[in-house]
Structures are given as C-alpha cells and as structure tokens.
Ligand binder design. Structure first.
Ligand SMILES: NC(=O)c1ccc[n+]([C@@H]2O[C@H](COP(=O)([O-])OP(=O)(O)OC[C@H]3O[C@@H](n4cnc5c(N)ncnc54)[C@H](OP(=O)(O)O)[C@@H]3O)[C@@H](O)[C@H]2O)c1
Length: 344
C-alpha cells in the first residue's frame, strides 16, 4: 500500500467568486490568477476517491474558471484543474472498489483540482481505464469526448447534416470523425484557411473560412444544399449569429462555448417567431446530471473504445511540469492544434 504524504504541491486560486467579466479563455499571465503552494493532501469522504496524478489536461473551461468566468465560483486557496488521469490511492466509504485502479477523472463540485500531485473527486466521476488507453488519452477522456458524443447525438436526432464552429479545436475534430462514422454531413467553420485541407481529409463535408471574403454567401449555398438543422457553436460571436440567420426553418443554435470575446447581437428576432428557430445552450455538467448512469456508462465505454483502437487521439501541443505552469501556461496555451498537459 502506497504511503500518502501529508502535504502536496498544487496550483491554487488567488481569487474567490466571479470576475464579472467575459473576456474568453485567453490568459496573459497565469500568476494573475494562480499560485504554487504546499497544502494538505485532501482526505476522501464517503463516495469520494483520492487520486495520485499522472497527467492533467488544460481545457478552455479551466481558463474560463481561473479567470472567474465559468459556471461555478472560484474558491481562494483551492487547487484548480477539472480533468486528468491518475491512480486511486485512497477511498471513502462505498468507493473502495476503485483503490489501485488507473482512472480518467473529472473533478466534481466539492472535490480538489487536478493541477496538483493529488486530486479528490466523487467515485462516479471516475472511469477505470483499459490498459490499451494511454495516460494522455486518459487525461482528456471525459470533458471533450463525452461532450462530442452527447452533442452529435443531439444533432443526429435532427437530420443528417449539422454545422460546427471552431472546427480545429480538439472537440471539433472528435465531432467531425464521429459524424463521418455515423454518415452525418458536417459544415465545419474555421478561421484559418490552412485548416481546410486537413479537416476535409478527416471527413468534414464542407470547410468554410469565417474570415474569408464572401463567407456569408458560401455558407448560404452550403446551407441551402445540405439543410443543416443544428449549429453546435463554441464561438458564439456575431459571425455565428449570421450563420444562424442563414440556416433553414426550425434551425437550433446550440451554444456550448464562449471562445469569441464579444457577445453577439440578435438581428432577426422574427426568425424565432415565424421560422420556429431556437437558441439554446449545452453544458456537460447538466448532461451528466440528467442522463441516467447506465446511459453514461455506455457512452463512456464507446469513448474508451474509440481511443483504444485509434479512431480518436489526443493531440498534445505542450507538456508542462507542475512547477513550470505559472511561468509557462500563457505561452503554452497560445499554441494551436493540441492540448496543453500538466505532469507532476
Ligand atoms: N459546454 C460544454 O459542456 C463544453 C464541454 C467541452 C468543451 N466545451 C467548449 O468547447 C470549445 C472547444 O474546446 P477544446 O478543448 O476542443 O478547445 P481547444 O482544443 O483548446 O481549441 C480551441 C480552438 O478554438 C479556436 N478558436 C479560439 N478562439 C476562437 C475564436 N474567437 N473564433 C474562432 N475559433 C476560435 C482555435 O482555433 P485556431 O486553430 O484557428 O487557433 C482553437 O483551435 C471550448 O469553447 C470549450 O469551452 C464546452
């Protein structure tokens, strides 16, 4: 049995609560929000597990959270980091079955963050990993993959074509390859022309560059041809509003990310009234609260199978040691085409 130390290194919040701002998941200096600290290793309560970290991933939600722009308040002095992969080294009552298991985990409310030597979460927020899934893929197994599965399911129930924005994101790529396997057509929106060829090769039906002149006309043509009814949108800016107005009757604009720094202005309210169009949100946390455990387990199993056989993979753009995060996070998150990961 592994000896658990009394204290651990962790990256902790400098602020409490919300910032009241909505600047997006971009940071200029991690030291504005985080500090490295030696703090007590948390003790698992009933239903919780203590996990010795192997790898944590850095998601846009982490950056929103440390800036005070996420769906839950910050806690000053508490470790951050929503997702990772590690070994369960201790458990509270009812969670003992996980001791010794290598798991993918998401940090539940009341837990202790993954950007630390040890993390604490609910046993139900852990997925025991198959031996053929790597630690890196384990560290990004929940937030994006479950969201991809849940959102493609939403789109598939509403026709055979849909639109996604920020298609070069890790989540965008998971969605494109899943849609291809399900014979769904995807209109992928990107902001860089050099992303067109690789995303087409991955299976996107159309890849349109939002910054190109003539984008609206090109989208209009694609929309009339493919008749997409769902727009899965991670950017949520004015261009996205234009896209929504160019979609057919009964189209749904599903905002699930705020990568855009300026909120959109609604220009065609009549479309909501007369064309049956709808604007809604998607948050994985709510999906987890509302989806029966058996269905979640089935989806998690499918996710693991896709990583195990190579249909999905986590691209890594930079790897930081815990002690390098304060200094290196801002620059590392400027790199595109992959996740930043943190190792203890
Ligand atoms: N609601 C939920 O439950 C949920 C769950 C998971 C993820 N998400 C959201 O999903 C999104 C993608 O997450 P991820 O982990 O896949 O991100 P990621 O891999 O870090 O990728 C971010 C991508 O977004 C693009 N981008 C950034 N700012 C943009 C802007 N203003 N306009 C257009 N494109 C922009 C970048 O494109 P370039 O390649 O052009 O630089 C980059 O490829 C995030 O918004 C995240 O918060 C939401």
């Amino acid at each position: 049995m592994e000896t658990i130390p009394k204290t651990m290194r962790a990256l902790v919040q400098l602020e409490d609560g919300y910032s009241g701002k909505s600047e997006g998941p971009v940071i200029s200096d991690a030291a504005l929000y985080l500090a490295e600290a030696e703090i007590p290793v948390p003790t698992p309560e009933k239903g919780q597990v203590l996990i010795k970290l192997r790898i944590a991933s850095v998601n846009p939600s982490d950056l929103h959270f440390i800036k005070g722009e996420y769906g839950q308040p910050r806690r000053k002095g508490a470790p951050v980091g929503f997702e990772g992969c590690g070994d369960v080294v201790a458990a509270g009552k009812g969670a003992e079955r996980l001791i010794g298991k290598r798991v993918a985990f998401a940090v539940s409310l009341g837990g202790s963050g993954a950007w630390a030597e040890y993390a604490l979460t609910d046993a139900v927020a852990c997925i025991p990993l198959r031996s053929d899934v790597s630690d890196v893929n384990g560290s990004a197994q929940i937030v994006n993959p479950l969201t991809a599965m849940a959102m493609v399911d939403i789109a598939a129930k509403d026709g055979d074509a849909f639109v996604i924005s920020a298609a070069t994101s890790q989540l965008g790529k998971l969605i494109i390859s899943l849609a291809k396997d399900m014979n769904l057509k995807v209109i992928a929106l990107v902001r860089r022309a050099d992303a067109v060829t690789p995303l087409k090769a991955m299976g996107a039906t159309e890849v349109l560059v939002t910054t190109a002149s003539g984008f609206s006309d090109q989208f209009s043509v694609a929309s009339r041809a493919l008749k997409p009814r769902v727009f899965l949108d991670a950017v949520s800016d004015q261009i996205c509003e234009t896209v929504f107005t160019l979609m057919p009757n009964n189209a749904r604009w599903v905002s699930y990310g705020k990568l855009g720094t300026e909120a959109p202005r609604l220009t065609q309210m009549g479309q909501l009234i007369f064309m049956g169009k709808r604007i809604e949100g998607f948050w994985l946390t709510n999906w987890m609260r509302s989806t029966p455990p058996a269905d979640q387990a089935r989806v998690a199993g499918e996710v693991q199978a896709r990583f195990a056989d190579g249909r999905w993979n986590t691209d890594v753009s930079a790897s930081l040691r815990l002690k390098e995060v304060i200094e290196g996070l801002a620059d590392a998150t400027k790199l595109t085409d992959g996740k930043v990961v943190i190792i203890p």
